[in-house]
Write a protein that binds this ligand. Sequence first.
Ligand code: SF4
Length: 196
Amino acid sequence: MKLRISEKIAHCEVLGPNKRSVIWVSGCEKHCPGCIAKTYHSSQNGTEEEVADVVRWFLETGDNHLTISGGEPFLQADALNDMLIQIKKVKDIGVIVYTGYKIEELNHPLLNQIDIVIDGEYIETLNDDRPYIGSSNQRLICLTHRYDNVMDYYQSEGRQITITALKDKTILVGVPSRQQYLMWQTMKGWGREDTD
Ligand code: SF4
């Protein structure tokens, strides 16, 4: 089984509690105005990778937590479910997934692998600078108690981003505040390549 992935990074500290790996899958049909991940909307963006290779990559990072975003993870739910089953055969990990669907619209075993879902389309006019969440219509839904002890602390930190240099580009990581995104846009004006 294969996954189409736009980016993946290790040791991220701005997309959930604890150091975590992040996978941005390719493909989204929602096209929310103001989405900062436009480059990932195409199902042809990025590269196709064998699930087994992605599992190997994650295990080699040494991280115990994973955030999956995109793009729309549930468009590749079978492959992601397979990936998480394989990872969890080796170690128990915490998983956060961002989806543009409301959780009530989802009915896939992938949900059983997830600790927190952040659901719903991004609505630009409802961007209220809450940490982790793009707009106030979206919900942070705990499906397990794994992160109960740390969520208050991380929610008190406000929105945080990092600007990460990869081999061939620089990307913005995290859910930016309006001011942070403006800063990123200004940096793009200086000639930096980005992913949105
Ligand atoms: S669902 Fe998410 S990735 Fe898709 S367009 Fe909306 S904000 Fe962007």
